[in-house]
Design a protein around this ligand. Structure first.
Ligand code: DGL
Length: 277
């Protein structure tokens, strides 16, 4: 619970549809080791990347409502799809800082090259959010976005080392390699889990940009600015899911290095002001 007298000690809320957000959590442990975290994975409803913008906005609205009830001091959307489709509206509706990956990721990427490939969920690719952000920082940028519908299910089924995953990856990357990209952005937080497979296919000259590390740098700046950084020891991370807790724990152990304690929670049913349900 929040300590109203000491808001610094409240948790940061991090959410994703599944284990993708662990790539952000991993960075947060590295860069902000004193922060306490509430991690939520909406595993009952993944993948988000195949859903409509109305559904994604509704899910995010429910998650934010619940996270605010849990007294988080800030929310990091560890899901590009939610960032692309819902963040702007959420920032208008909730009175806490809500950070997304796309702007920090694009800002970091333009320092690396000029020919950008973006691999993302179909919903993120169709939204053009990365193209817009990259062009804002570098008007001469060339951007190619590819929707990769099979990646999230393959990661969530733990098929990282399956030859089929490598075959699918080759198909997604081929059009980008034909355009001679110099920089590849992970436009979905699940994809850094596929780094060994992707690195095998990409020429070594292609720089990989993971927005996770950059959103955490932005989080650190925001905490400083708002006087919300925790300087005491953190609480253990609280992991919550909407689906099966055991399944999440078994999958997550390989990235967390220990088996997490996972709670199943029911999100409050709330109606989003701009989405009829
Ligand atoms: N990891 C999320 C993202 O960054 C979405 C995955 C999904 O499709 O559920 O976009």
């Amino acid at each position: 619970m929040t300590n109203n007298r000491e808001p610094q000690r409240s948790r940061i809320g991090i959410f994703d549809s599944g284990v993708g957000g662990l790539t952000v959590l991993r960075e947060l442990y590295r860069q902000l080791p004193n922060e306490s975290v509430l991690y939520f994975a909406d595993t009952a409803r993944l993948p988000y990347g195949m859903r409509s913008s109305g559904e994604i906005s509704q899910f995010c609205f429910e998650i934010l409502t619940w996270m605010v009830q849990q007294d988080v001091k800030m929310v990091v959307m560890a899901c590009n799809t939610s960032d692309a489709l819902a963040r702007e509206a959420l920032c208008r509706e909730f009175n806490i800082p809500i950070l997304g990956l796309i702007v920090p990721g694009a800002r970091a990427a333009v320092a690396q090259g000029t020919r950008f490939g973006v691999i993302a969920t179909p919903a993120t690719a169709a939204s053009n959010a990365y193209r817009r952000a990259l062009l804002e920082f570098e008007p001469n940028a060339k951007v190619w976005q590819v929707g990769c519908p099979e990646f999230v299910p393959l990661v969530e089924q733990n098929r990282l080392h399956d030859p089929y995953t490598a075959e699918v990856a080759r198909q997604y990357l081929t059009p980008l390699l034909e355009q001679r990209i110099d920089t590849l952005i992970y436009g979905c937080t699940h994809y850094p889990h596929l780094a060994p497979v992707l690195r095998e296919i990409l020429p070594s000259s292609v720089v990989l940009v993971d927005p996770a590390s950059h959103v955490v740098t932005t989080t650190a700046q925001e905490l400083d600015l708002m006087g919300l950084k925790n300087s005491r020891s953190p609480l253990p991370t609280r992991f919550c899911v909407s689906g099966c807790p055991q399944q999440f724990a078994q999958l997550a152990v390989q990235w967390l290095g220990c088996t997490p304690v996972v709670e199943k929670i029911h999100l409050p049913t709330v109606s989003h002001p701009s989405v009829p349900i």
